[in-house]
Structures are given as C-alpha cells and as structure tokens.
Design a protein around this ligand. Structure first.
Ligand code: GLU
Length: 326
C-alpha cells in the first residue's frame, strides 16, 4: 500500500492564523443535527471540526481534527462524474444525465419530464446514472477504476467503510426505486444492482479533511494533484465538474451559496464540504452537524468567512485578492 506522501507543511503565517481564528470562532457553534438515516453516521462526534486549505503550489494549512476519517458520501459525485466524462465524452454523458439545478430534494424520485434524464449529477438519481456509465469488464474492474481515480485525487490508497456500505445497501430503498425508474426510461442499463452497489461503495469511501482539500486543490490545479503531481482527471473536464458543482453542489442551498460564497463546491451528509478556488487553492471543511438542507453548519459559516475575508467570490470585481498565503 502506498503511504500518504510528504507535503510542504507551510510555516505558520497569516492564512494559518486566520484558519485557527475561524476554528476558535465556530467550534462553540453547536446548532444542527447528525445525519441519522443509517446508524453509522449518527455515531459521529458532533464536536469534530477541521479546516484544511491546500494551494496549487502544494502548501498545506490544517487546523482541528483534520485526520479524522469519515465517509465521503455525496462529495464523491463530482469526481465520478469526471470519470464518466473521460470514459464517454460530454455529449454521451449529457444524453443520460442533465445539468439543470433542481429545487427538489437530493433524493427525490423525479426525472426531467421531457428528456427522462435525471436533472444533474449531484442529485442521487443523476449520481447513480453517472456511476452506471463507468467503463470496465465486470464489477471488480469498475470498482478498481473508481478507487484508482480517487487514489490519484487524494494521493494515497483509499478504502471503503464496509459497515457504512452494507447499511447504505440494505436501507437504500429510495436509491433503488430511482434506479428502477431510470431503467424503465432507458437511462441506465440492466445491471441495476451492480450500479447501485458501486454508488453505495463510492459514498462509503473513507477520507479525512486533508483529503477533501487536496481533492479540491487538484480541481483548482487543472486536474493535477498539487502534492504528488499526478494527473487525476483530464483538464478539459475540470470545467464540467466545476460547473455542476457551482450550480448544484450544495443541495437546495446552491443558489444562496453561489450568491454569498461564489465558489464551486460540494457537500455531503457526512458533514464535509469542498470548495474550489480555480488556479489558487482547494478548501476542505469537516464538521458533522448539519442544517435543514443537509450542509455542515460550521462548514458553511467557515466558507462564507473565508470567501469574504480572502475575496474569493468568483464574480467579485471589487475586492483585490488579499494574499494571505505568502
Ligand atoms: N449515500 C447517501 C445517499 O445516497 C448520500 C447522501 C449525501 O451525502 O447526500 O442517500
């Protein structure tokens, strides 16, 4: 097994101090609830809280419980979308999965009325359809290709939490219903159980907050992991991943997030959030207490403060970037 690579651990500087201030500011914020649709997620410690920023030149800034492992859940969706794009190209993937934001819940059993496609790759229906597109001879090869893709993003071998996978698999009736509905309309092929297993496996992948940041930093760095220099995705598809993250990545908070934070992002019921500052840095935040829309309460607040303080909003033409990383 490959080990986590060494990285340039940055000297304490203004950005490190700012992250520590944010951690101190929001640690006492105890609003929200733990995800409880499977017992494993409800076992999370509500105090867990980590922030990590990794720049495209490989500087790593961490604070809090950044080595605490958790399952990636929906944060996996954009990355698997990238692999499906590499396997089939934009047009073929678009014929099976749309790119329209939806005001419906992430697990709604609904398809686009006219095209019968799931609305986008960030809702469960779209993610299952995306996963079903992955190439490979048999389920093992498809799983290994997916794990290898995640290995490139995080820079070390990845493993699946088997008890989370088994729980997702035995209780995921809505996901199963969606898969059958999509099969009815020809959006996925006959290997329904296999596609669902792969989807549950991708959700059950174990990561820590530093992994989230390096995954985000890899997207910020045109698909090249800034620590290992390994390419995780072809650069031409980074814009597609970031576009759907921007418009659909934060559940039914995506519009307000785009307005306030202004960065492509994805969150998951694990309490993780990734945000990408193209050509600059990746941000990972982990704190399992969720708000009513399923986003980490502390995570959203940290990203709002980071965006405001560092002038990160993509469309902000007034704030000159405050360079805290030098
Ligand atoms: N495994 C979860 C599901 O499919 C993912 C939930 C999420 O993070 O949004 O329901």
């Amino acid at each position: 097994m490959s080990q986590k690579p060494d990285s340039i651990e940055a000297d304490r500087g203004p950005l490190q101090r700012f992250l520590e201030d944010l951690h101190r500011k929001y640690q006492p914020l105890c609003e929200g609830h733990l995800a409880n649709y499977i017992p494993e997620l409800a076992k999370a410690n509500p105090d867990w809280f980590a922030i990590c920023v990794i720049t495209v030149d490989g500087q790593v800034y961490t604070v809090g419980d950044f080595e605490q492992l958790f399952t990636i859940q929906s944060i996996s969706k954009g990355f698997v979308y990238g692999l499906a794009l590499e396997d089939h190209g934009r047009d073929a993937v678009l014929s099976k999965v749309g790119v329209e934001p939806t005001g419906d819940a992430f697990n709604a059993i609904v398809l686009d009325e006219h095209s019968k496609r799931p609305y986008n790759p960030m809702v469960n229906a779209g993610a299952i359809a995306t996963t079903s597109l992955l190439k490979g001879v048999g389920p093992t090869e498809r799983l290994n290709r997916m794990l290898d893709m995640f290995r490139c993003y995080v820079g070390h071998d990845v493993v699946i939490d088997i008890s989370v996978f088994m729980s997702e698999r035995t209780t995921g009736f809505r996901n199963r219903a969606m898969a059958y509905l999509m099969r009815n309309f020809g959006m996925i092929d006959e290997r329904i159980d296999e596609a669902l297993d792969l989807y549950f496996q991708q959700c059950s992948l174990m990561v820590d907050c530093r992994d989230l940041a390096v995954m985000a930093a890899t997207l910020a760095n045109r698909g090249i992991n800034p620590i290992t220099q390994e390419r995780a995705v072809q650069p031409c598809y980074v814009r597609d991943i970031l576009t759907v993250m921007y418009s659909c990545g934060m559940y039914n908070f995506a519009g307000e997030w785009a307005y306030k934070v202004g960065l492509p992002a994805k969150s998951g019921v694990c309490g993780g959030i990734i945000a990408v500052v193209p050509n600059q840095m990746g941000i990972g935040v982990f704190s399992p207490l969720l708000d009513g829309r399923g986003n980490s309460v502390r995570g959203v607040r940290v990203c709002e403060d980071l965006s405001t303080r560092l002038g990160l909003h993509l469309f902000d033409c007034q704030t000159s970037l405050l360079n805290l990383t030098s």
